[in-house]
Design a binder for this molecule. Structure first.
Ligand SMILES: [Zn+2]
Ligand SMILES: [Zn+2]
Length: 166
């Protein structure tokens, strides 16, 4: 995956996808690795919405250089539209290496195609929940299972928080 220095692929893909919608409000994407799996009553009252999805991701261990693929790279979003702007918070869940079992957690690398699909799904939620667009057919957009090794819950950050199964 090529990456321009100083940019993050999540941010650049999000910017491209969201600009196609030509919303009046400016939407921004930020990372937040402490994002919670549920919205608190207060967050809900403040207008926050939640969207959780999964994608095909690659992981590389920088301790033993093992790498693996997973169809369950879990991605969690909180998003909100206020009068002037929209904000999306992103938490990609990490996985632990099952080869060296070092407790360090590794971030998923998601390719452009998969990332665009993730943002397509997110934006259809934004259209529905923030702009009252009629329901978009979710079923077509559902995850197509890919063949990977059996998911090992012990090594998955999302499983530990109980949000991995859909
Ligand atoms: Zn390792
Ligand atoms: Zn899991």
């Amino acid at each position: 995956m090529s990456q321009v220095p100083g940019t993050n692929p999540w941010i650049t893909h999000f910017t491209t996808c969201i600009e196609e919608e030509r919303f009046h409000e400016r939407w921004t994407l930020n990372f937040n690795y402490n994002l919670q799996a549920e919205l608190t009553v207060q967050k809900r009252a403040e207008g926050w919405k939640i969207y959780k999805t999964s994608s095909f991701g690659k992981f590389t261990c920088n301790v033993c250089s093992n790498s693996w693929s997973s169809a369950r790279a879990i991605i969690l979003f909180h998003y909100r539209l206020t009068k002037k702007s929209g904000l999306v918070l992103l938490r990609p869940f990490r996985q632990q290496c099952r080869e060296c079992m070092n407790p360090r957690l590794h971030k998923p690398q998601v390719d452009s195609t998969q990332m665009n699909q993730v943002f397509d799904r997110l934006i259809s939620k934004i259209l529905k929940n923030c702009y009252k667009f009629p329901d978009v057919d979710d079923k077509v957009r559902d995850l197509i299972p890919r063949k990977t090794k059996p998911h090992e819950t012990a090594y998955c950050e999302a499983c530990r928080l109980g949000i991995c199964s859909f």
